[in-house]
Design a binder for this molecule. Structure first.
Ligand code: IMP
Ligand code: MG
Length: 173
């Protein structure tokens, strides 16, 4: 069940997406980037933001999930790795939400081992109260409280990803 009105409306989402894209376009002026979407969650945000970024780019994707049994160690399963080489590229990681930070921390270290020219992180949502590892976020859309959110790519048991807005999920609403 999804509680009441949207937590973030389509308009709020799209306004912020454009602002983030403007900052990114300014910061990377004169450079080519490799935009890397982290699937599945980031698929909608990725598709929205890349069309507003005004610098040349290649795109690629990573499919990752956390190993349930070793969640606390931040061990991730890579279901599909990048097809592009990262060496000497300006990599921009695009994520839906940063929660504990374990996922991004793992991916960041994995990609830094491949010697990119630079690596920055852009997340649409930043759930700071739940952070376990301090990962530096370069671009964040909205800071959100410790509530379980669905929609705009975010799922509950793989459902609700297709909602165009973001809502608070309540199991017994
Ligand atoms: P982290 O490793 O704890 O930072 O987890 C990040 C991942 O957990 C995100 O990429 C999401 O897939 C998922 N996640 C965290 N919070 C939420 C939420 O509120 N709704 C849906 N998925 C979430
Ligand atoms: Mg995710």
């Amino acid at each position: 069940m999804i509680k009441g009105k949207p937590f973030l409306t389509v308009e709020q989402i799209q306004t912020r997406v454009r602002e983030l894209a403007e900052s990114i376009s300014r910061d990377y002026e004169g450079k080519d980037i490799l935009a890397v979407g982290i699937l599945k969650g980031a698929f909608m945000f990725f598709a929205d933001i890349v069309r507003h970024i005004q610098v040349p780019m290649d795109i690629d994707f990573l499919i990752v999930s956390s190993y349930v049994r070793t969640r606390s160690s931040g061990e991730m399963k890579i279901h599909a790795d990048l097809r592009e080489n990262v060496g000497d590229r300006h990599v921009l990681l695009i994520e839906d939400i940063v929660d504990t930070g374990l996922t991004l921390n793992y991916i960041k270290n994995m990609l830094l081992d491949r010697n990119p020219a630079s690596l920055r992180i852009c997340t649409f949502l930043d759930k700071k109260p739940r952070r376990k590892i301090d990962v530096h976020i370069d671009y964040a859309g909205y800071e959100v409280p410790d509530k379980y959110l669905v929609g705009y790519g975010l799922d509950y048991e793989n459902k609700f990803r297709n909602l165009p807005y973001i809502a608070v999920f309540k199991e017994t609403a």
